[in-house]
Design a protein around this ligand. Sequence first.
Ligand SMILES: C[S@@+](CC[C@H](N)C(=O)[O-])C[C@H]1O[C@@H](n2cnc3c(N)ncnc32)[C@H](O)[C@@H]1O
Length: 244
Amino acid sequence: MTRTTHFGFKTVSETEKAREVAGVFDSVAERYNLMNDLMSGGMHRLWKRFAVEVSGVRSGNRVLDIAGGTADLSSLFLEQVGSRGEVWLTDINNSMLTIGRDRLLDEGTAVPVAQCDAEKLPFPTNYFDCVSVAFGLRNMTHKDAALKEMLRVLRPGGCVIVLEFSRIWKPLQRLYDLYSFKVLPAMGGFIAKDPDSYRYLAESIRVHPGQEELKQLMQKAGFERVEYFNLAANAVALHRGYKF
Ligand SMILES: C[S@@+](CC[C@H](N)C(=O)[O-])C[C@H]1O[C@@H](n2cnc3c(N)ncnc32)[C@H](O)[C@@H]1O
């Protein structure tokens, strides 16, 4: 029997979802950074800095940036780990990864890069001090499998950092819906010539687990001391969990 899942509000087969997600990121890659700045008013940069802060990553650490895309987090982690450390930039999508890799080269840093699916990581068990995934988990077909893989590659004592859209503070819901379903697709149409991908963004946020649900998913995958920090009136949440 064909297994189905969500692609935004649509129910699709699991293979179709992977194809659709690939289509979205192939299409938006070129304008991805500009759109992020415009859509969040630059705030995504602060959320990412906060994520790196909360990760506790220090000089000499090994970090795996999953769904790293255009390398915002990898670039920040590199500042933390210094020349003795190791940061891997990874993503399933070649268009996003190429932009990320080139950006790091332009910044004068060459990091190891791997094109891989978060659900099947090509890394040894107990290797990384920190694993991060920013705005990526939402797009994955089997979030439970991806979280288990993240746990596997972490060393005992290491932590995972999940930065993701979440459930906004209720009084702002209507305004946020208006912004997400009217303004974002219009902006995506104008800037990235692709309103549909930004409609998907809004829909995928609505079907992604909220703060408590994601905490439970992480606990179920085996993470301990899971907690989260709400950002931007709860529109975004940063979850942290440890492997012991
Ligand atoms: C919204 S972008 C986030 C990029 C970057 N982390 C950031 O915060 O700007 C989501 C990324 O998740 C990647 N992605 C989606 N499914 C994935 C999977 N199964 N494994 C790894 N990466 C995946 C996409 O290719 C895309 O680059």
